[in-house]
Design a binder for this molecule. Structure first.
Ligand code: LLP
Length: 433
């Protein structure tokens, strides 16, 4: 009935998540409110882990891409589930460390890690650094030698694959700021240099072709291209690669139009490609790493808002204004992303009117959903925007000095605050008068 499996309606026609009535959650914690279903997150992680066991003898690790949604509670949950972690900044790294994450299972990404961030990573014994370019390689080797340690690395490779997704979140092609390219020899040259550095140990290769991808083919192609590169590293440079990190990017269902790939089928297909290519190229079977972010958390999250006004402009449009917007969900203003919404207090009512859900920021483009069919909406209704668990909280801003909403984790009818609501005082925390 709803786009996300973790949602249902109760006998009062209220939207339910994790055994909790969303109308009650809105009353108890206020709005705007991010709500996440813990069991759904766990289920999504296990799906990847079990598929990796089934099709590849568990020879690898599923890393959660924490940029999708990072906080200490989430890091602890991922640690307890035996997941690895992809971090992309000193802040994400520090969050994981503070939450007690096993740092040996952390992979540190980013196209311009600063010296301070690299030092932090080395000091906290981050398992693997995914090096973006040779400048970073040199800086990292210097830092590792100053600290007299050997750091495990892999390069981020641009496999030259054009995955059909929004151009801002597509990264595998040569014209990208991320990584080193295959087709112009940049990648092999980077490895030639890397093996000469005494304080770096080359472990693997990494690629990430984009995000919100619905097609299996580009993933299979990426695995093939990367295995060929592993073959080249073996033949030309005598480097034995142990880890193949294939990144994330698996699409999810935001609206009924979206048809995500079956993640199990993805792992099966990719495992086959890797096994076949290993044989063809005469190289050892690498461990397979993957880095899902969105598909772990997006479907598990919703955002609750209170309707503050309904502006009917005859023959033009009806704007429904809510108490959040681009501050807590900037994905419409950035990518014109599509979402589905449900009136949480009338979740089963027929959808009869086309309305546009507007945020409260001083910006005409601050919309959450343009043209969506909804039941009759009144001031005071609770509106739930669905599938907001990824890249919402993590991309929130303070535009217009609006404090960020809290995050509530729900499970088996219990609700727990895992990130506190920001106060006005929080906004002033670093101001100096
Ligand atoms: N690994 C790497 C190296 C990445 O760059 C990313 C996402 C992931 C894994 C996780 O990808 P996922 O499974 O979540 O698609 N802000 C955009 C998404 C940017 C994704 C950036 N990298 C959005 O809101 O759609």
């Amino acid at each position: 009935m709803f786009v996300s499996e973790c949602l249902s309606a109760n006998e009062n026609g209220h939207l339910m998540i994790g055994g909790c009535d969303t109308v009650e959650l809105a009353k108890q914690f206020g709005t705007p409110l991010y709500v996440m279903d813990e069991s759904d997150i766990i289920k999504n992680c296990k799906l990847y882990q079990e598929s990796l066991n089934r099709y590849y003898d568990g020879n690898g690790l599923v890393l959660y891409a924490s940029k999708a949604f990072s906080c200490m509670y989430m890091c602890k949950l991922m640690n307890d589930l035996g997941m690895g972690l992809d971090v992309v900044s000193g802040g994400e790294l520090y969050t994981a460390w503070k939450a007690g994450f096993d740092m040996s299972r952390v992979y540190f990404h980013g196209n311009n890690k600063t010296d301070d961030e690299l030092k932090l990573a080395v000091e906290h014994k981050v398992g693997t650094i995914v090096v973006d370019n040779v400048d970073e390689l040199e800086r990292l080797n210097r830092i590792a030698s100053e600290k007299d340690v050997v750091v495990r690395i892999m390069f981020r490779i641009k496999p030259g694959i054009d995955a059909h997704t929004h151009s801002f979140i597509q990264t595998g092609q040569i014209d990208s700021k991320f990584g080193v390219a295959l087709e112009n020899g940049e990648a092999i040259e980077a490895y030639r240099r890397a093996v000469e550095y005494s304080h770096l140990k080359v472990m693997g290769v990494h690629c990430h072709i984009g995000s919100q991808i619905f097609d299996l083919e580009p993933f299979k192609l990426a695995a093939k291209v990367m295995m060929n590169f592993i073959g080249d590293l073996h033949d030309k440079l005598n480097i034995e690669i142990e880890e193949l990190n294939l990144g994330g990017g698996y699409g999810i269902k935001y609206t009924e139009e979206d048809q995500p790939i079956n993640y199990d089928a993805y792992i099966q297909a990719v495992s086959e490609v890797v096994k076949q290519m290993a044989q063809e190229r005469g190289v050892n079977l690498p461990k397979i790493m993957m880095e899902p972010g969105r598909s772990i958390v997006a479907p598990a999250g919703i955002t609750l808002y209170t309707v503050g006004g309904v502006k009917e402009i005859k023959d033009v449009r009806t704007y429904v204004s809510v108490d959040g917007g681009m501050i807590d969900n900037p994905r419409y203003i950035l990518y014109e992303s599509k979402y589905d919404a449900v009136l949480a207090n009338k979740a089963t009512a027929p959808r009869e009117n086309v309305v546009t859900i507007a945020g409260k920021c001083c910006e005409s483009g601050d919309l959450l959903i343009k043209d969506i069919k909804m039941p009759h909406i009144e001031v005071g209704d609770t509106l739930a925007v669905l599938a907001t668990g990824a890249y919402n909280y993590s991309m929130a801003s303070h535009y217009n000095r609006i404090p960020n909403p809290p995050v509530i984790m729900v499970k088996d009818g219990q609700a727990k605050e895992i990130v506190r609501r920001e106060s006005y005082e929080d906004l002033l925390r670093n101001d100096i008068l």
